[in-house]
Design a protein around this ligand. Structure first.
Ligand code: ADP
Ligand code: MG
Length: 451
């Protein structure tokens, strides 16, 4: 009875959270009973128990209710006997037979099966990071250690890390790959301290082939975690094991990180993921659209919509993806083609938010800086070429990168007429096709402003 109920709920959870997450977190669980509205669940370790409670409690409750139980609360018990043979077997199969393989799925965070190299769209801003990640995933002699990937939020660091881990596991099932966030590293370490299992902790971390730590900036200011991380790091480097690290900024810019760690992190290859450019965003949108089309069959998307989104949503890939997802869901709900009108309605809030981000003043300031002229001159009345041209560049960018109307732009350029703005915009458009220097300036400015 309990078993059937749990099997049904467990199957539903697999669909919901994916195979990898399921194998790592749900398969090791057992439902032992339901008292009034409380479901009792046993887990093999406290780590799994804590993780599941933090990440899957709601999903489990929903799945149980959908499977026919009336469950309001969950309680978790750690029980050694709950290590069911099947979950152990599949866990061991994942990381291949080795004495420690059972401990590893507990240690390694689950991988998102969508984050593969195949699904990663490569463009100028991320090509170096992508190439380096590929190189590490292919294996062979360790040429740069660590590989340090950094960049702003939502630019694909975690995606690349998961892609490396999956690829290594697929190519060399016998090699042990440990992927986790710095937060999880700390959490595991603190737990080991508390449970007096630091030796086991060290042993596991120091015997992996590839160690990947995501969002390492998290350990800034956390002294004993840094200390442990430093020793783990050195031990692995000494053995010639590959380390891959990500952070939201360059090693030298992480505050409250010990200098010796900073310099260690800088020893390998440090590559950054640049803010996306228009082409990359469009490429990502196209690739995601293909995936959504398969999911929502029969939905049409009008030409121009993806271009519009790539133009307007410049913050990060996660927002871009979310926007597209919402569009498809909404269009399928109302049974309409995805055209500009639907897009504007459905994404009004996101579009407004990305509008706010870039003001005409931001553009003017950046352009003035770029050409080394005064902001007051840029919006002023001087007609010398060295000022007039940058002014037109700023007008052009204001027209292209904001939704302000020509009269509005005119007002912010010292009260100029809208025809003057239009003239400036056209002038730059014309010049850009012959004047490579100017075209390059415009491109650079655009990139900087999109960052
Ligand atoms: P980060 O870890 O840098 O904050 P993520 O790796 O979590 O960012 O990426 C955010 C989302 O954007 C993910 O869903 C990821 O798949 C997607 N994404 C980012 N860059 C790309 C890319 N180049 N191609 C395809 N998807 C991408
Ligand atoms: Mg991330």
């Amino acid at each position: 009875m309990m078993k059937e109920l749990w099997d049904r709920a467990s199957d539903a959870l697999r669909d919901k959270i994916g195979n990898n997450n399921h194998t790592a977190w749900i398969a090791p669980l057992d439902l032992t009973g339901i008292d009034s509205d409380e479901a009792r669940i046993t887990t093999p370790t406290r780590f799994i128990s804590d993780w599941v409670q933090r990440h899957y409690a709601e999903a489990i409750r929903d799945a149980l209710n959908e499977a026919g139980a009336a469950v309001g609360r969950l309680s978790f018990q750690v029980s050694a006997t709950a290590r069911t043979a099947t979950s152990r077997k599949s866990a061991a199969a994942q990381t291949a037979a080795s004495p420690r393989s059972a401990a590893e799925p507990e240690m390694s965070a689950p991988l998102d099966s969508r984050f593969t190299f195949d699904n990663f769209v490569v463009g100028k801003p991320n090509e170096l990071a992508h190439a380096a990640a590929r190189r590490v995933a292919e294996g062979g002699p360790v040429t740069f250690n660590p590989l340090f990937l950094y960049g702003g939020v939502g630019l694909g660091k975690t995606h690349l890390m998961h892609a490396i881990a999956s690829e290594v596991r697929a190519r060399r099932p016998e090699s042990r790959v440990l992927y986790l966030s710095a937060e999880q590293f700390m959490y595991r370490f603190v737990q080991a301290l508390r449970e007096r299992t630091v030796m086991d902790f060290k042993e596991i971390f120091r015997t992996v082939e590839v160690l990947m730590v995501d969002d390492v900036q998290f350990i800034a200011g956390k002294e004993s975690t840094q200390e442990e991380f430093f020793h783990t790091f050195n031990a692995l480097v000494d053995q010639g094991k590959q380390i891959v690290i990500s952070a939201d900024r360059a090693p030298g810019e992480i505050k409250d990180l010990e200098d010796r760690i900073k310099s260690r992190l800088q020893c390998g290859l440090v590559v950054d993921l640049h803010p996306t450019d228009y082409e990359l965003r469009l490429g990502i949108l196209q690739s995601k659209t293909d995936a959504f089309r398969a999911q929502y069959s029969g939905l049409c998307i009008e030409p121009g919509v993806l271009e519009f989104l790539a133009h307007r949503i410049t913050s990060n890939v996660r927002v871009l993806e979310g926007a597209l997802q919402r569009l498809f869901a909404f269009a399928s709900l109302v049974g309409r083609t995805i055209d500009m009108e639907l897009t504007q309605d459905c994404l009004a809030d996101i579009l407004r938010a990305s509008d706010r981000k870039l003001s005409i003043e931001d553009i003017q300031r950046r352009v003035a800086e770029h050409y080394n002229i005064k902001l007051a001159d840029l919006v002023g009345q001087k007609r010398v070429r060295t000022i007039a041209r940058p002014r037109q560049v700023a007008m052009y960018l204001a027209k292209q990168m904001t939704t302000r109307s020509l009269p509005e732009i005119g007002r912010r350029f010292g009260g100029r007429d809208h025809t003057t703005i239009m003239h400036g915009v056209r002038k730059i458009e014309e010049l850009c096709s012959d004047d490579h220097g100017l075209a390059e300036d415009v491109l650079l400015l655009r990139r900087a402003l999109e960052a």
